[in-house]
Design a binder for this molecule. Structure first.
Ligand code: C2E
Ligand code: CA
Ligand code: CA
Length: 398
């Protein structure tokens, strides 16, 4: 509504609409100043603390300034006396707000993104993203997905895998992220099933594998990379094996540094056994993902040449309070070790869980207790910060 002609026509309506809108902005700014920034400053991830500090320094004073402007607002009569000035001033304030929101969307929220994309929803402009961001419908998602895959806009983020005993990050799991400038961060729980349905999962899986291997090849030392594989990809049989092999050759990543994560239910499919054996023969590691959520036939653990078993988050959630979960986790760890496998606990969030898992003899933990999935540059930063094995390990919270 902010063109002079309109303001001249109806200054009362313009004033009312802007008052409403600016009231919401004010609440939004207050929430961020009081809740969001202080919370991020204490988040146990150094680069997020740095981002939060920067935002606070650069933008902390904005609310006071903004409220001063709101209070000094002229009434409809004064507005109609100098509509051009009113429009110019208001546009300047809106411009500053827009800049702040843009910077948050591009810098702050993507850094914070992880938590399975929840923050973009929790802390979006006006407190809820839904009121500002249009909701991405299934139809729109299906339409936008092919281009996003084609243009390489779905990228791997990297969640650290932390060796409890050596107190070191020994590798990362690649998790697909789709940061869209319009819809914000689209969650994999939405686009992975959509890609499966549209027959795009092969292309997406291939792109994710290539990008993940390329990044991992550039990491120094011997940090490993775990990549999720869809059942559709495995069902391609020897084509899939050939694709993995040529990706490794093209990116120069040694096979031993790649692990493919396959869900438990897929492991039970006898026809896929050959594929898994071929991958293993190539020197690629196999991890059984989400262990404990499927039929959990322990016999299958033995039948497959998997190198790693990942205990599903649902068991970790109840630790250490629920005794039955502790007993189950303990049993999976012992069974896995008995079969010569590495045991990873997923979705580890609290210090108590870390402690309980360490006591139970779990090898590796993954979860917000260490860090969410991070952009490539930040993952590299974490590796660099811990230095090489002969140096003292990095300090970790949690
Ligand atoms: P997943 O393989 O079980 O991945 C772990 C999920 O738990 C990730 O969600 C991760 O962000 C989240 N997570 C990690 N630590 C914690 C924690 O401490 N607390 C909580 N609440 N959550 C945690 P995300 O990234 O949303 O991925 C969801 C699923 O999407 C993945 O589950 C995986 O099955 C699938 N996926 C992601 N990337 C790919 C991919 O490139 N290819 C295929 N085929 N599937 C993928
Ligand atoms: Ca996984
Ligand atoms: Ca999992």
């Amino acid at each position: 509504m902010l063109d002079v002609a309109r303001v001249e026509r109806d200054p009362g309506a313009v004033a009312t609409i802007l008052r409403e809108l600016f009231g919401k902005f004010s609440i939004h700014l207050a929430l961020e100043d009081r809740l969001l920034y202080p919370k991020l400053r204490n988040w146990p991830v150094p680069h997020l603390q740095a981002v939060a500090n920067r935002f606070e320094v650069e933008m902390g004073g904005m609310k006071a300034e903004f409220d001063r402007y709101r209070r000094s607002w002229p009434g409809p009569q004064a507005i109609s006396a100098a509509p051009a000035r009113f429009v110019a001033e208001t546009l300047a304030v809106l411009g500053a707000l827009e800049q702040r929101i843009n910077r948050e969307d591009q810098d702050l929220y993507p850094s914070f993104e992880e938590t399975a994309c929840a923050p973009a929803t929790q802390f979006g402009p006006f407190g809820t993203a839904a009121s500002v961001r249009p909701v991405l419908s299934d139809d729109q998602l299906a339409k936008a997905l092919p281009r996003a895959i084609e243009d390489g806009r779905i990228v791997p983020f990297f969640q650290p895998k932390f060796d409890i005993f050596r107190k070191r990050i020994i590798g990362f799991e690649a998790l697909a992220r789709w940061p869209d400038p319009y819809w914000g961060m689209v969650a994999p729980i939405r686009f992975i099933p959509a890609a499966e349905e549209a027959g795009l999962i092969l292309a997406l899986g291939e792109a994710m594998l290539a990008a993940s291997c390329r990044e991992a090849a550039a990491w120094d030392a011997d940090a490993s990379i775990a990549v999720n594989v869809s059942p559709h990809q495995l069902s391609r049989g020897s084509d899939f094996v050939a694709m993995v092999s040529s990706t490794l050759a093209e990116t120069g990543l040694p096979p031993a540094r790649l692990e493919l994560e396959i869900t438990e239910s897929v492991m039970m499919e006898p026809s896929l056994r050959g594929v898994i054996d071929a991958l293993t023969a190539m020197g690629v590691g196999i991890a059984i993902d989400d262990f404990g959520t499927g039929y959990s036939s322990l016999a299958y653990l033995k039948r497959f040449s998997a190198s790693t078993v990942k205990i599903d988050k649902s068991f970790i959630d109840d630790m250490p309070a629920a005794l039955d979960s502790c007993i189950l986790v303990d049993a999976i760890i012992r069974l896995g070790h008995g079969l010569g496998m590495t045991v990873v606990a997923e979705g580890v969030e609290s210090a108590e869980q870390v402690e309980a898992l360490e006591l139970a003899g779990c090898d590796i933990i993954q979860g917000y207790a260490i860090a969410p999935a991070l952009a490539g540059a930040q993952a590299v930063g974490l590796l660099a910060a811990q230095g090489h094995e002969d140096k003292p390990p990095m300090a970790m919270k949690g």
